[in-house]
Write a protein that binds this ligand. Structure first.
Ligand code: ZN
Length: 249
């Protein structure tokens, strides 16, 4: 089982216009569709909970952290962002959603401002750029979101490992809408769509990509004398089961 924690600052979610779109909250909605995958064990966490929803035992027992934040980036303690970034380097997967590009955690892991061009909502068309990437499994080569915020280049991020989807907007703007990074043993997906007042997380293709992202970013477990990572299988056991060498870290 992949242990997923969906974290949300859960502030916009209290407004009627957001409740109308996400009665379960953004975190509850994402957790609900991820939970349909029998390999995912999903829980939610929110900023208003003790330790901002991410006490040490939760962080230590999270394989993949989904993160939605916007207006409360400053309320996340620096120490928590540092701990979460360390967990990513140790192998915890991170799926950073939408306005999370400005979170302390994402900026810490990127080492850049993560600023971008923005304007009022528009239609977005997402084109698959890397069809060999596991995030694209079951998703058409192109799909459209009738309404989504315009995030445009230049996006001040380091060069991604892969730009999996490129976003195009009616104003002609382009954006690296879905891209991946590696930090230490951890995999990171940045996923641009998902403004709180639009039904983006109800879109079937968005749900498929995010479910794929949970699998893609899940840590590879192996036994090690370094003691950094918990493990379930030795190299020899992997050979016996025919798991390809390149699947090992
Ligand atoms: Zn937004």
């Amino acid at each position: 089982m992949i242990r997923v924690t969906v974290w949300n600052e859960n502030i916009h979610d209290q407004k009627d216009e957001v409740k109308a779109v996400y009665p379960l909250g953004i975190h509850g909605t994402i957790a609900a569709f991820l939970s349909k995958d029998p390999e995912l064990e999903v829980r939610t966490a929110t900023l208003d909970q003790p330790a901002c929803g991410l006490p040490d035992d939760v962080l230590q027992n999270t394989d993949v952290l989904f993160w939605w934040g916007h207006i409360a980036h400053g309320k996340v303690p620096d120490e928590l962002a540092v701990k979460a970034a360390d967990r990513v380097r140790q192998g915890m997967g991170l799926v950073m959603l939408h306005s999370g590009h400005e979170s302390k955690l994402f900026k810490m892991l990127m080492g850049t401002t993560c600023s971008l061009r923005w304007r009022d909502p528009d239609f977005e068309r997402l084109w698959c750029i890397d069809p060999s990437h596991p995030l694209t499994s079951g998703v058409p080569a192109m799909f459209e979101l009738p309404v989504e915020e315009m995030y445009g280049e230049a996006f001040d991020i380091p060069h991604p490992d892969s730009v999996v989807y490129g976003g195009w907007f009616r104003g002609g703007e382009l954006f690296r809408s879905v891209c991946t990074f590696t930090r230490g043993a951890g995999k990171i997906v940045y996923f641009q769509p998902g403004h709180e007042t639009f039904p983006t997380y109800h879109n079937e293709h968005v749900q498929t990509i995010l479910t794929n992202a949970a699998h893609f970013t899940a840590p590879v477990r192996y036994r090690t004398t370094l003691g950094c990572f918990h493990s379930e299988m030795t190299t020899e056991e992997r050979y016996e089961k025919g798991i390809p060498f390149d699947m090992m870290y």
